[in-house]
Design a protein around this ligand. Structure first.
Ligand code: 5GP
Ligand code: ZN
Length: 112
C-alpha cells in the first residue's frame, strides 16, 4: 500500500519517534506548526476519522489514553491541542488516521 505513514511504521521512512507501543506510534511532524508538533498514529491503517466504527474505534481510546504520558514527556504541562483533519475539506493530506498534538506556546484559538 502506498501510504506514507505505513512506511514510517515499517521503518522504510525514518521518523523522530517520541512514543511507540504495539498499537500506536508518535513522532515529530516534519513541518511543525507549533514549538511542539507531534503526530500520533495507529499502526493499523485506517484512512481517516470518517472510516471509524464500533469495530475499529478502540484504537482511538488507546491513543487518547496515552496522550497524557506523551504530553508529559514533551513538557506540555501548560496544555496542548489535539487536532484531527478529516478528508479534503478538513485539510487532511496524509490519508492514514492521525492526531496532531500541538503545544509549547499559547495557541491561536481560531478553529476555522
Ligand atoms: P494532515 O495535513 O494530513 O492532517 O497532516 C499530515 C502531517 O504529516 C502534516 O503536518 C505534515 O507536515 C506531516 N508529514 C508529511 N510527511 C511527513 C514525513 O515524511 N515525516 C513526518 N514526520 N511528518 C510528515
Ligand atoms: Zn497507512
Amino acid at each position: 500500500m502506498d501510504c506514507l505513514f505505513c512506511k514510517i511504521i515499517a521503518g522504510e521512512i525514518p521518523s523522530n519517534k517520541v512514543y511507540e507501543d504495539d498499537k500506536i506510534l508518535a513522532f515529530h511532524d516534519i513541518s511543525p506548526m507549533a514549538p511542539v508538533h507531534v503526530v500520533i498514529i495507529p499502526k493499523e491503517h485506517i484512512c481517516c476519522a470518517d472510516k471509524l466504527s464500533e469495530e475499529n474505534s478502540q484504537i482511538v481510546a488507546h491513543i487518547f489514553s496515552k496522550i497524557p504520558e506523551i504530553a508529559k514527556s514533551l513538557n506540555l504541562e501548560n496544555g496542548y491541542r489535539i487536532v484531527n483533519n478529516c478528508g479534503e475539506d478538513g485539510g487532511q493530506t496524509v490519508f492514514h488516521l492521525h492526531f496532531h498534538l500541538l503545544g509549547g506556546k499559547k495557541l491561536n484559538t481560531q478553529l476555522a
